[in-house]
Design a binder for this molecule. Structure first.
Ligand SMILES: [Zn+2]
Ligand SMILES: [Zn+2]
Length: 592
């Protein structure tokens, strides 16, 4: 914690030096605000004249360096209300802060850089804390310019914001900047475009992804894997509509709480009922459970579906396929007796382990999200139910021996929630899937079974979606693999590159053979140079290229070039195919 405070102090002090540098350079600005953040700092100001762009940064950074090297002292002074009103009389933004501080009876302080009231010194209204000398502001870099409303409200004036960052050492700054570069390179929206995975259309609407052929292949492979795995793990598949009468979500309690996030459907002709597009699949599976009288002998019953759902996310929170408005969930609901619930949970955790291990995801843990103790009123269900659900969840977490943390917020409105947090290869953390032990919906939907003793009892429901939504999961994997998908997930697994187009017959023979062996193969028959064809395949991050020239044709062999640049000349097609197939079946994570 102390370390974090030191970092924030450095960053905030750096931001003061930024303000001073801009004043020294003669920018006509009114300072508004500027905090330190987890990533650095920013400075909001009202630009009264002229323009500022990233091209101005070198000049400003040079002035900041000059101020740093001047070793100016930074000192805190207390101000009386009249003095503070006088000192900031020309700045309406600072006066707004001062007026609020006076109203709250808060102490008012300012920080001087340099000797107060002397030429070349600088003052700002500020609560601090700061380093004591400009030489201690660390190593910094200005990053970008953006617009920002005064105090974040659209009703206020749009100000200019300069983002920057600072670290105690040059190495930490360099590492941070390198990571930012890597994040930009791996941005799933950029790679989604470059690798032709998905797109959006203005006419269709924001947040509604269109999967292109290459993206669809990845999504289909994951879904196929999910279905095959669930079959082995004792799940049964069901299929349900993504449209329902309002009534269903009244029973589940989502109406009225979540009505704002649900799409209503215009119903043609004289149908009286109101219909929704579903934001979740659960109640549909509950109705399947309820469609028959259930005996304890049938439990646990695991109903699985790749279910499409739509949720109205705020336009501002949409983020490519990581946060769309329409997506497909790797969903299932497990109906069990209370005694079976913990073991079912452990099995779900193990299922996650299997998926994550296969994909080489090593860095994950669970967060158990409980009720916010201050807002107990906003949840459904009674105290006993919540306590029991929490007890079962904790027991299950202990028994599954997975690393976990507990948070007093983020529960679902009907029960505690367990979020799986995974880190991508570059350390960014994602919430991909959740698991819930639910005692509320069984009551709400009257989900019962006949027990050994002939008595009717409520089941326990578990909600789980280890592969999350296909959209979010693929978005995550794009970043994680940086677009270099393992062979089994690669949209095109083999690209055939003929050296000339006189080889068509032999190329066709190889193409047919590989396709027949279920290896996704394309041939580039364009009249282009071999170098260009190789470059194109590399841009699409295709793992394997088969190069065919006269030598290969004459000897009935192939030459192979892999994604990492490794090459094998004049090898047997059959042996090569077998190796590829073995790697595909094993879901190998090797580069090819
Ligand atoms: Zn400050
Ligand atoms: Zn559910």
């Amino acid at each position: 914690m102390k370390q974090e405070n030191e970092l924030f102090t450095i960053r905030h002090s750096c931001e003061h030096v930024l303000m001073q540098a801009m004043e020294n350079l003669g920018y006509k600005i009114l300072k508004a605000m500027g905090p330190a953040t987890d990533d650095g700092f920013y400075f909001d100001f009202d630009l009264l004249d002229g323009r500022i762009t990233e091209e101005d940064f070198p000049k400003i950074e040079a002035e900041m360096l000059r101020i740093k090297s001047q070793n100016l002292p930074i000192s805190r002074i207390s101000l009386t209300p009249p003095i503070s009103l006088q000192l900031f009389k020309d700045n309406p933004y600072k006066l707004e802060w001062v007026a609020e501080a006076i109203k709250r009876n808060d102490p008012i302080t300012a920080y001087w850089t340099g000797e107060p009231n002397k030429k070349g010194s600088f003052v700002d209204l500020c609560a601090g804390p700061h380093v004591t000398n400009t030489s201690e502001i660390g190593f910094f870099k200005l990053l970008s310019v953006a617009g920002a409303y005064w105090r974040g409200s659209e009703k206020n004036k749009m100000l200019t914001r300069v983002y920057g960052t600072a670290f105690p050492t040059q190495k930490e700054l360099d590492d941070y900047l390198a990571l930012q570069e890597e994040i930009k390179k791996r941005d799933h929206r950029k790679l989604g475009r470059d690798l032709e995975l998905f797109t959006f259309s203005e006419e269709i609407g924001p947040g509604l992804p269109l999967w292109l052929p290459a993206g669809t292949t990845i999504k289909d492979e994951l879904e196929k894997w999910g279905k095959e795995t669930e079959e082995k793990w004792g799940y049964q598949r069901v299929s349900t509509p993504f449209l329902t009468k309002r009534k269903l979500f009244e029973i589940s309690g989502h109406v009225p709480y979540f009505e704002e996030e649900m799409y209503k459907v215009h119903v043609p002709r004289d149908e009286k009922d109101e219909y929704f597009i579903r934001p979740m699949n659960c109640p549909f599976h509950h109705m399947i459970f309820k469609s028959q009288l259930r005996s304890y002998k049938e439990l646990p019953l695991r109903l699985a579906e790749y279910g499409h759902v739509a949720r109205y996310e705020d336009a501002g929170s949409l983020n490519g396929i990581l946060r769309p408005r329409f997506f497909c969930q790797n969903d299932a609901h497990i109906y069990s007796t209370e005694d079976q619930a913990v073991d079912e949970f452990v099995s779900v955790v193990n299922l996650h382990r299997y998926y994550y291990d296969t994909l080489g995801l090593k860095n994950y843990h669970i967060v158990l999200c409980l009720r916010d103790p201050k807002k107990k009123g906003k949840y459904h269900g009674n105290e006993t139910m919540w306590q029991k659900a929490e007890k079962l969840s904790r027991e299950a977490l202990e028994k599954s021996k997975i690393e976990y943390a507990v948070e007093n917020e983020g529960a679902a409105h009907y029960g505690p929630k367990m979020d799986f947090k995974i880190k991508s290869a570059i350390g960014a953390e994602y919430g991909i899937s959740t698991n819930q032990i639910d005692l509320f919906m069984p009551k709400r939907f009257n989900l019962t079974y006949i027990d050994k003793d002939g008595k009717e009892k409520l089941v326990v429901v578990q909600h789980r979606a280890p592969l999350g939504s296909s959209e979010r999961f693929v978005g995550f994997l794009i970043e994680h693999f940086s677009g270099n998908f393992p062979l089994w997930l690669s949209p095109t697994q083999v690209q055939i590159i003929p050296i000339s187009n006189q080889l068509d017959k032999y190329v066709q023979k190889i193409l047919n053979y590989l396709i027949d062996q279920n290896i996704r193969t394309r041939a580039n028959l364009e009249s282009d140079t071999m170098q260009n064809k190789i470059r194109k395949a590399q841009e699409l991050k295709i793992p394997v290229m088969v190069i065919i020239g006269n030598k290969e044709k004459d000897q009935e062999k192939i030459s192979v070039r892999y994604r990492d640049g490794k090459q094998e000349n004049l090898i047997e097609l059959e042996a090569f195919t077998k190796t590829l197939k073995d790697r595909i079946i094993a879901k190998s994570l090797d580069i090819y």
